[in-house]
Each structure stands twice: as structure tokens, then as C-alpha cells.
Design a protein around this ligand. Sequence first.
Ligand code: PEP
Ligand code: MN
Length: 260
Amino acid sequence: MTNVLNNRLGGGHFGIIAGPCTVEGRDMILETARGVARGGATMLRGGAYKPRTSPYSFQGLGVEGLRLLQEAKDETGLPIVTELLDVRDSEHVAEVADVIQIGARNMQNYALLTEAGRTGIPVLIKRGLSATLSELVMASEYVLKEGNPNVILCERGIRTFETAYRFTLDLLAVPALKALTDLPVIVDPSHAAGRSEWVGPMSLAAAAAGADGIIVEVHPEPEAALCDGPQALALDGFAEYAAKVHQVAEIAGQEVSVAV
Ligand code: PEP
Ligand code: MN
């Protein structure tokens, strides 16, 4: 099984990727980076380019957001996971990203997958809102065929008839994907739950299901977040959350990776 960035995720190593939905400014991203590093995260997430349902919602800080992520990496040593939304931004994103995120809405954007593959940087592909597992695996092939072996698959909830939460978290995808590929499989409980109080239990369930890691939204002040605030874990509870998730990952047979 592939292991990404010196045992931080995959190959039997369980890692937590944590950070805000969106980089909103210098203080908040540095504070979050420091907090999640201390709390046991292995990588920092944060969008500089955001796929928003409404074109009038905050779209991210773009190049300035990337610069701030670089600063957070320089200070904490945490590798950066950030989304590539458009092939035209590839060069800028590739300068900063240690893992390129392909969002759920772009899972079948084959030009974007190919471009991400060509950078040679590990690529995290989120499952499309209505994508089958075989379609997700085919998406990963677009990256692999560019000679880039470092792909991480992510279950982030799919659209079903249920409307009581944001998306239906399909945890059977974890063992099922592992039967289909050797790639690391992680879970995003935040976007499925849509509410922070459901993120903890779903994270434990994901670790129990055998996930290689979690990608989770964490914000220093969730009530003030510009994007996805209701589902963000508060930074001050992160260490306790991570410790619990790590315990379950260990029970499930994974070795826990923490920032070094
Ligand atoms: C995100 O990670 O903030 C995001 C937009 O995720 P998704 O593509 O899964 O909706
Ligand atoms: Mn988000």
C-alpha cells in the first residue's frame, strides 16, 4: 500500500489531516496550524481556491491563501493539503501543496486529474457526490497513468434520499475500496455530517472501519467561519478528539502517525 510523505499516511500509518475549510487570513491559519500540530495532526488542510455552490459566496484568497499556507508550513513543519480547482492554477498550487486535493465536484474532471497527476505531487481525490466506487477508482487511474503513484482516496459522503444531515457517509466504502485497490483510503466526516457534534462519532466509526486517516475541518472560531462553520471542530477541543480517534485506529490495527 502506498505511503505518503514519510509514513504520515497510508501503508499501515494512520494520519489526521486537519485545518479550516478555507484559509481566511494570516492569524487564523497560523493559530490553527500551531494548534493542530500540537494536537497530533500529521498534515494541515486549508482551501485557497474554494468550490462554492453559489458564485456569490467567498471563493477563497487564491494566491495569497497559498502564501499563508506556506508560512504555516514553514513554522509548524506540517505538510499542506490544498485544493486544485482549475488547471490554470496548477503551477501556483504545486509550489505549495504537499498533497493536491481534488474536490468531490471535480472527481470526474479528467483534465484536472491528469494535470494533478503530472505534477508528481501526491493527490487526494474526494468521492463525487453521486459517484460509485468504481468511478472513484477510475478517477484515480487518471493520476496513476501519469506515472504518479501517490493517490489517496477519500469518502466524504454521498447524496441519498436522506436530508437529516448534509450527505450520507458511506463507511462501507472503506473496506470495499480496500478490496478494489491498494491505495490509502481516508474519510472526511465533516462534509458528510454538516454539524460539528456528529463529526467525533463518525471519525471514530471511520477509524474502526479501517480508514488510513481522517480529513477534518477545524477552526479557531467556528461561529465566525466564512465557510462550513457549523461542521468545524473548535480548535481547543482538537487534541482530545485526535487522541480518541488515534485510540480507535490503533485498535483497528493501524500505527498512529503524528507530526515530527
Ligand atoms: C472541502 O474539503 O472543503 C470541500 C469543498 O470538500 P468536498 O469537495 O468534499 O465538498
Ligand atoms: Mn469545507
